[in-house]
Design a binder for this molecule. Structure first.
Ligand code: MG
Length: 497
């Protein structure tokens, strides 16, 4: 039986099929752009994707009378309420932010990529400064148009993580940062988790590694007929439809854990999409509810499962079989290799323990730039001071500091918090699974299947029916509480469990 009985909702869903078609087409074009597209096609592709975005906007706004009618209906069920909520948010964004500003943001984002690259190459923040100033200006305008309570950053946070506020973020980091510092100090004095490992510089043969990766897909039970994996510059997941989810990885020829964990990470994202309730297909509530929830799924599989001792035992025979250079390394050594802890200046090189420091400092800077408490000129010095405070290292130059990420140049603002939220939610999942006795010292395919079923029941199948804070409350009876994450890290890095 369809969960959508209300006649107004049914009318909305009839019209929404057009929007679903635009969504699916855009996703497929985007995937193709990253995986297959010949370079010279980029401007035509940009044009087509721009047109699809406009058509989607027009079709969404055309739903406004029906959505407002549905909003007044009594006795809507949860899924129907979810549809109204998600569409109201989309309509609200299109209504409040004029197309001219969206266009300017997009164009400037594309334009600033070149000077950012140049500035990073020369390690010269001054070259990038005018572009960053302009991005901040545009983001302030976007926040003003959207409207907010309290802090302008709230308006932008809400776009990726519905309902998330500066107060939530401040609370998370106030608890997390001192705990992380304490755990890191202990790790550094104990030397149980090494800061580097000889396997990091060992080369591998791509062919053998792709056999190992294919084995991982089988082990995780990825459904062959509904899913595929390709190679791209940066690993990502793309959901085309409920039965067509795609991930990518890359082979750098050395340090095999990178490609291995990127596969496990993206499988986590893919499972979230593959385990949606099929009834939600072609509706606005099909798909993961927020960037933070999505990241929690990838981090759970990558870190809690993939970097655990039981997982090492499980995959060790296959690693030994296909990667000849591993002979002479026992399981304990592979576990150490998977879990090096190395405070680094570079976010993308960070491990599960130090990653959140990188996010905390970016959130602080984004927040203060938006409120005007921080001027663009002062960004490098705040960056360097915070790195020093968190990790005891000062970037020797701007390219290893403030210029390292592409995000700001492309106009991506308020996306960084989702990485830490992902870790926080992963901590909650770990805590609850442990309470329920689901995590054991041994891992086999049956137990992996149990993890998948658990995640489907509690999180995946709901799609975007409930906003993230309500889903947290329903599943964990908590908000974005970082205590689970802290306990997980303490048990692993201090108690050695
Ligand atoms: Mg991810």
């Amino acid at each position: 039986m369809t969960p959508f009985a209300n006649p107004v909702i049914r009318e909305i869903l009839q019209d929404y099929k057009t929007i679903s078609t635009f969504r699916q087409s855009s996703s497929l074009l985007e995937w193709d752009l990253e995986v297959n597209m010949p370079e010279a096609a980029s401007s035509a592709r940009g044009f087509t994707m721009g047109q699809l975005a406009l058509m989607r906007q027009k079709a969404t706004l055309a739903l406004e009378p029906l959505v407002s009618k549905a909003g007044k209906e009594k006795d809507l069920n949860d899924a129907e309420k979810g549809i109204v909520r998600v569409l109201e948010r989309d309509i609200d964004y299109y209504r409040k932010v004029p197309p001219s500003l969206v266009d300017e943001l997009q164009k400037f984002g594309a334009e600033a990529a070149v000077p950012w690259r140049e500035a990073r190459k020369k390690s010269d923040f001054q070259m990038f400064k005018p572009y960053l100033s302009k991005i901040v200006e545009l983001k302030k305008q976007e926040a003003e148009k959207l409207g907010y309570h309290g802090h302008p950053y709230n308006a932008l946070l809400d776009l990726y993580e519905e309902g998330l506020t500066v107060a939530d973020l401040d609370r998370i980091f106030e608890l997390l940062i001192p705990s992380l510092k304490r755990i890191l100090a202990k790790v550094q004095s104990d030397h149980v988790f090494p800061s580097s490992h000889p396997l990091e510089s060992v080369g591998y043969d791509n062919q053998s590694m792709s056999v190992v990766n294919a084995g991982l897909l089988t082990l995780l039970g990825m459904p062959e007929k509904r899913f595929r994996m390709d190679v791209s510059t940066h690993p990502f997941t793309s959901s085309i439809s409920g039965n067509d989810v795609r991930i990518t990885t890359r082979y750098e020829g050395q340090n095999f854990k990178d490609t291995m964990f990127s596969v496990i990470h993206e499988c986590g994202h893919a499972l979230y999409e593959l385990q949606q309730d099929p009834e939600l297909e072609y509706t606005p509530i099909h798909g993961g509810v927020s960037a933070g929830f999505h990241e929690s799924q990838s981090r759970f599989w990558e870190n809690v499962v993939g970097r655990s001792r039981p997982f090492v035992s499980l995959v060790y025979p296959s690693l030994q079989e296909h990667l000849g250079f591993l002979s002479g390394y026992d399981q304990k050594q592979v576990y150490s290799y998977f879990n090096t802890v190395r405070p680094s200046l570079i976010r993308v090189d960070a491990d599960e323990l130090t990653y959140n420091f990188h996010i905390a400092l970016r959130c602080e800077i984004e927040k203060k730039l938006l409120s005007g408490e921080l001027s663009v000129s002062d960004v490098p010095s705040l960056w360097n001071d915070m790195m020093d405070d968190y990790l005891g290292q000062r970037p020797p130059n701007d390219s290893e500091g403030v210029l390292q990420d592409i995000h700001w140049s492309g106009g991506a603002w308020a996306i960084f918090p989702s990485y830490t939220l992902g870790n926080v939610i992963t901590g909650l999942i770990w805590e609850l699974m442990r309470t329920e006795g689901l995590l054991g010292r041994e891992l086999n395919e049956e137990r992996l299947e149990k993890f998948k079923n658990w995640l489907r029941e509690k999180i995946h199948r709901h799609g975007s029916i409930y906003p993230p804070k309500e889903l947290l409350r329903r599943v964990f009876a908590k908000g974005y509480d970082p205590k689970g994450l802290v306990t997980y890290l303490e048990e692993k890095y201090i108690e050695g469990n």
